[in-house]
Design a protein around this ligand. Structure first.
Ligand code: SAJ
Length: 420
C-alpha cells in the first residue's frame, strides 16, 4: 500500500511506528519538537533505551527522515498523531499536545488525507476537539479527509508483544474512513485489526482496558494490606488462585503504579464521565489505593526503625522492570517521603545512571543499613541473602515481592514484602 506517512511525536509510540512504516516501504517523515530527538533519529540512533528500537533505527538509518518542521504534513497521505496526553496537577486531562498537533495539521492539510489520532484520550475527544480544529483548514471531515482513532498499544520492554503483532482497533467518523484506516494498519501489522462502529467506541476501548488493569492492581494492593495483617503470603495465594483455568487473572501488589498509561488513563475516563453526569467512585477508589502504595511501602520500614537519620537504599527508579522510564514512578514518591521523614537516601537504578547516587548496587549496599526495592529489574536477582548479610543490611522492604524471603529471614535480616 505505499505512500507518504507523517508521524507527529517520536516518543514511545511514534518512534516504533515510524520504524514499522519504514520497514513496510512507506516514505516516512517523523516530526518532533525536540531537536535532540530529530538529530538522533536522523543519525539512526534511538533516544529511548530499548534494544529493539536501537537495532531497528540503526538498520533504517536514512529511511526515516526526522524534522522539527510541520511543513512535511502537507505531502503526507496519512498523518498519525502520537503526542503525549498527560495529566494536569489536578489530575484533569492535559490535551494541549493534541490540540497543538491538530493545529499544525490544520495549517498544512490537503484534500484526501487520512488523519489518525493514536494518543490515549477520553471518548469524544476526536470529534469534540480534534475535528473542529482540523476543519479550520476549510476542509470537511468525511468529504475532504478521513479522521479516525486507533489507540496505541505499546508495552515498553516487552519482547514478545511488539508494535507489529499486537492486535489493534479502529474507529472513524465514517464507515469508509474506518475501512480506509483499518486497511492502512493491516498493511503494516501482522495482527488483527478490528473495525469498530464509532470513534467513541475506539476511544473508550483503550481507557477501559487500562482502567481494568488499574483496578485489578488496586484489588491486589488492598488484598496485600489485608494479608499483611493476617500473616498470609499473597504470592502463594495468587499462585493457588492461578490454578483456576478460567475467571481468574493474576495481578500483583507492589510499591505503586507508575508509567504513562495505567495511572493516567482512568483519570481521562473519570473526567469525561463527570462531564456527562456520572461519578466513577470505583475508578477513583482504585486510583487512591494505588497512589497510597508508596506511603504504605515506606510505612513498612517505619514500623521496624526510626527513619530520622537512617541510611536507606532505594533500589530501582524506573516505573517498571527493565525499562529506563521514570514517568509517574512510585520510586520518586518513596524517595520524597523518606526524605520528609528525615532519612538519608541513596538510590540506584542500572537503567537510569543519571538519577542514581552511586554507580553500582554493590556500592549502594556498602553505604546503607536498610533497603527498599521498588523496581523488579532482572539485574536485582543477584541480590541474595548472602550479599545482604555481607553488607550488614538490617531490614529489606521488597516492594515487588521478587526477593528470596525465606533465605533473607534465615540470614537474620528483617524482611517485609507487600502482602508477604
Ligand atoms: N504493576 C503492578 N502490578 C501489576 C502490574 C503492574 O503494580 O500486576 C505496576 C508496574 O510496576 C508499573 C505500573 O503498574 O509501575 C504499570 O505497569 P504495566 O505493566 O501496566 O506497564 P505499562 O504502563 O507499560 O502498561 C503498558 C500498557 N500498554 C498500553 O497502554 C498501550 C498497558 O495497557 C498494558 O496492559 C501493559 O503495558 C502490559 O500489559 O504490560
Amino acid at each position: 500500500m505505499g505512500g507518504k506517512i507523517a508521524i507527529i511525536g517520536l516518543g514511545y509510540v511514534g518512534l516504533p511506528l515510524a520504524c514499522l512504516c519504514a520497514k513496510k516501504g512507506y516514505d516516512v517523515v517523523g516530526i518532533d519538537k525536540k531537536q535532540e530527538i530529530v538529530d538522533k533519529t536522523n543519525q539512526g540512533l534511538s533516544h529511548i533505551k530499548d534494544d529493539f528500537l536501537e537495532k531497528e533505527l540503526k538498520e533504517l538509518k536514512g529511511k526515516i527522515r526526522a524534522t522539527t518542521s510541520d511543513e512535511d504534513i502537507r505531502g503526507a497521505d496519512f498523518v498519525l498523531i502520537c503526542v503525549p496526553t498527560p495529566l494536569n496537577d489536578d489530575h484533569t486531562p492535559d490535551l494541549s499536545y493534541v490540540e497543538k498537533a491538530s493545529e499544525a495539521v490544520a495549517k498544512h492539510m490537503k484534500k484526501g488525507q487520512v488523519v489518525i489520532l493514536e494518543s490515549t484520550i477520553y471518548p469524544g475527544t476526536t470529534e469534540e476537539i480534534v475535528k473542529p480544529i482540523l476543519e479550520k483548514s476549510g476542509l470537511k471531515t468525511g468529504d475532504d479527509f478521513y479522521l479516525g482513532h486507533c489507540p496505541e498499544r505499546v508495552d515498553p520492554g516487552n519482547k514478545k508483544y511488539t508494535i507489529e503483532n499486537i492486535p489493534r482497533v479502529v474507529g472513524a467518523i465514517s464507515k469508509q474512513g474506518t475501512k480506509r484506516i483499518a486497511d492502512f494498519y493491516r498493511s503494516i501489522l501482522k495482527a488483527d485489526v478490528m473495525e469498530l462502529n464509532s470513534i467513541k467506541t475506539a476511544e473508550a476501548t483503550k481507557v477501559m482496558e487500562n482502567s481494568f488493569r488499574d483496578v485489578n492492581i488496586a484489588f491486589m494492593n488492598e488484598m496485600a494490606k489485608s494479608f499483611d495483617k493476617a500473616g498470609i503470603d499473597i504470592i502463594e495465594v495468587i499462585k493457588g488462585a492461578s490454578t483456576k483455568p478460567f475467571a481468574f487473572m493474576p495481578h500483583y501488589p507492589g510499591a505503586g503504579v507508575g508509567g504513562h498509561c495505567i495511572p493516567i488513563d482512568p483519570y481521562y475516563l473519570i473526567q469525561k464521565a463527570k462531564e456527562v453526569g456520572f461519578n466513577h467512585e470505583f475508578l477513583k477508589l482504585a486510583r487512591d489505593i494505588n497512589n497510597n502504595m508508596p506511603d504504605y511501602t515506606v510505612g513498612l520500614l517505619e514500623k521496624e526503625i526510626s527513619l530520622k537519620g537512617a541510611k536507606v537504599g532505594v533500589l530501582g527508579l524506573a516505573y517498571k522492570k527493565d525499562v529506563d522510564d521514570l514517568r509517574e514512578s512510585p520510586a520518586l514518591d518513596i524517595i520524597k517521603i523518606l526524605k520528609e521523614k528525615g532519612a538519608g537516601v541513596t538510590a540506584f537504578d542500572p537503567y537510569i545512571s543519571g538519577k542514581s547516587n552511586v554507580k553500582t548496587m554493590e556500592e549502594l549496599l556498602k553505604t546503607v543499613d536498610y533497603l527498599i526495592l521498588v523496581t523488579d529489574h532482572s539485574k536485582f536477582k543477584s541480590l541474595t541473602a548472602e550479599l545482604l548479610k555481607k553488607n550488614n543490611i538490617k531490614v529489606v522492604i521488597d516492594g515487588r515481592n521478587m526477593l528470596d524471603k525465606e533465605a533473607i529471614k534465615k540470614a537474620g535480616i528483617i524482611y517485609k514484602g507487600i502482602g508477604r
